[in-house]
Each structure stands twice: as structure tokens, then as C-alpha cells.
Design a protein around this ligand. Structure first.
Ligand code: HBI
Ligand code: FE
Length: 300
């Protein structure tokens, strides 16, 4: 961990993870400085919110859209964390807490295990509208927070946090395996609905380009959820994903993460990991059919 003074005066520790360099800021929880947001900040929120909501019709999962509406989020202004917490806490016991940015993994896991989701308090600048390297308020609030209204997903996220605290105690390899699970579900997951594949991953729903790419491009693979397959699959943080994993339901996600992962980590430690674009003959691969149709391998 090398500590370098950050231009903004915050101490930034650079931490090596599977994502390469992840800037890690202070672990402090901060109050949302709502009165300090400028008209430019509120306008960035409004532009991103309206653009994504238009894009997500027919692309985001029903569960995501229903949850976001239930949160009462609008493009009118950056939402107030305390108002969202009144709604969220009643629904699933989760609350959001303001932070400076990415947290050390153990701190992050401890928050999740206690049903607290850390939300970056600042929003990107207008010139960063289409991409920025680390999660800002829009990525966290628009992308991650709504699904915490969904009881099953909310339970999964808390279980994930408990698993993260345990993995941290086991060691760095276990952590890398578990971070891949977060990446390919919470950040970039797809879910199968009767009317086709849909998005639930926060990294996708908060990204204009990837909301389209993940379902409509012929480039990426779309592979049925398999816990150990995911834990063995590397990923990149600076490009669109080469592979998206598809769950059937949040119940499936919850059941898959119920068992103790220690024996899985032990098994994975003896096996090599897969490059992000790998397709195995044991994979269930989804192919884009005509129109809305998606077919799996072996479908007639
Ligand atoms: N910190 N604030 C914040 N938000 C995240 O999503 C986050 C984090 N720290 C670590 C992290 N995510 C990932 O490495 C997880 O896979 C643990
Ligand atoms: Fe995220």
C-alpha cells in the first residue's frame, strides 16, 4: 500500500486487486452535503437519469424498474439520502451512507453485512457524463440502491457482505474469487425473463453504452450462471465486458451463495483462472434469436 497525497488533499492508498489499481480513499462515512450541490450537479443527475430511464425500457429487468419507481427517485434533483433511507429502511432494513469513494474491501464488506450501502456523495462533472473510472453518486444511487428495495436481492447483498468478511479472513485469493462474483452479478449481471434477457447489474444500468452493448452486440458471450465458473473468470475494468452471466432469478443467486465458500476457495486455489472471453463446452450459452427471442445451447 503506497500512500500518496492526493491533489484534493485526501490521502489515497493504491491497492492492488483483480481490478488493477483501485484508488482507495478514506474509510470515513460522511453526511451528504445536499445544500452544497450546484445547479450543474443537479443538471448532471437529471440528464443521466432521464437518458438512462429512456434506454432501460425493454432492457432493464422489471424488478429493477419497479424498485427504482418504489424508491421515488426522479430527475428533478439529486435525491436526499435521508429521504431515501426512510423508504428503504422500511422495505428491507437497508440504509445508504455517504462516503468519499471506493473503500478498502473489508470496510466495504462490513457495511454490506450490516445492510449499509456506501454511496459516493459527489457526482461526476458534465465532461465525464459518459464514463469515469470510479463509482460516483450516479453509479451508486441510480445503479446500486434501487434493487436494495427487492427483499431477495437485499438478502443476497447482506449475505455477500458476510461472505466478504469471511473471505477477507481466509486470504487474498479467496477475496479475488469473491470479487469476481460481485463483478459478474451485482455490477454486470443479466437476468432471464419470459420476454428475454434483461439487465440488473449496476455497472450496466448506469452506463449508456453498456446498456445497449450487453444485450445487442454480437461481441460478448452470455453464459448461464455457474458459481465456480464465475469465481474462476477474470474481468477487465476498463472495457465493456467480454462475458455476461445470466441468472434465472434472485432466488437462484441467494441459493448459490448459501453454502460456505471455504471448500470452493480451496478447490479453486488448485485450478487456473479463465480469461474474460472464455467459452467452455460445459457452458450454457445464450444466443440472440430473431427479435426478442433468446435460445440456449441445445434448444431445438
Ligand atoms: N467501495 N464505496 C465502494 N463501493 C464499491 O462498490 C466497492 C468498494 N470497495 C471495494 C469494491 N467495491 C469491490 O472490490 C468489491 O468487489 C468488494
Ligand atoms: Fe458499483
Amino acid at each position: 500500500m503506497n500512500i500518496q497525497p492526493d491533489p484534493a488533499g485526501k490521502h489515497v492508498e493504491h491497492q492492488h486487486t483483480d481490478k488493477g489499481y483501485v484508488p482507495v480513499y478514506t474509510t470515513a462515512v460522511v453526511e451528504q452535503p445536499w445544500d452544497a450541490y450546484t445547479a450543474v450537479d443537479h443538471n448532471v443527475w437529471a440528464q443521466l437519469f432521464e437518458r438512462q430511464r429512456k434506454l432501460l425500457v425493454g432492457r432493464a429487468s422489471d424488478a429493477f424498474l419497479v424498485a427504482q419507481d418504489a424508491m421515488g427517485m426522479t430527475p428533478d434533483a439529486i435525491p436526499r439520502f435521508d429521504e431515501l433511507n426512510n423508504i428503504l429502511q422500511k422495505a428491507t432494513g437497508w440504509t445508504i451512507v455517504g462516503v468519499e469513494g471506493l473503500l478498502p474491501e473489508l470496510t466495504f464488506f462490513e457495511h454490506l453485512a450490516n445492510r449499509r450501502f456506501p454511496v459516493t456523495w459527489w457526482i461526476r462533472r458534465p465532461e465525464q457524463l459518459d464514463y469515469l473510472a470510479e463509482p460516483d453518486l450516479f453509479h451508486d444511487l441510480f445503479g446500486h440502491v434501487p434493487l436494495l428495495m427487492n427483499p431477495m436481492f437485499a438478502d443476497y447483498m447482506a449475505a455477500y457482505g458476510r461472505g466478504g468478511v469471511k473471505a477477507h479472513g481466509i486470504g487474498p485469493e479467496a477475496l479475488v474469487n469473491l470479487t469476481r462474483l460481485y463483478w459478474y452479478t451485482v455490477e454486470f449481471g443479466l437476468i432471464r425473463q419470459a420476454d428475454g434477457l434483461r439487465i440488473y447489474g449496476s455497472g450496466i444500468v448506469s452506463s449508456k453504452g453498456e446498456s445497449i452493448h450487453c444485450l445487442e452486440s454480437s461481441a460478448p458471450n452470455r453464459i448461464g450462471f455457474d458459481l465456480e465458473r464465475i469465481m474462476r473468470t477474470r474481468y477487465r475494468i476498463d472495457t465493456y465486458q467480454k462475458t455476461y452471466f445470466v441468472i434465472d432469478s434472485f432466488e437462484q443467486l441467494m441459493q448459490a451463495t448459501a453454502p460456505d465458500f471455504a471448500p470452493i476457495y480451496a478447490r479453486l486455489a488448485t485450478q487456473s483462472s479463465y480469461p474474460a472471453g472464455t467459452v467452455l463446452d460445459t457452458d450454457t450459452v445464450y444466443h440472440r434469436g430473431s427479435g426478442e427471442g433468446w435460445s440456449q445451447d441445445g434448444d431445438v
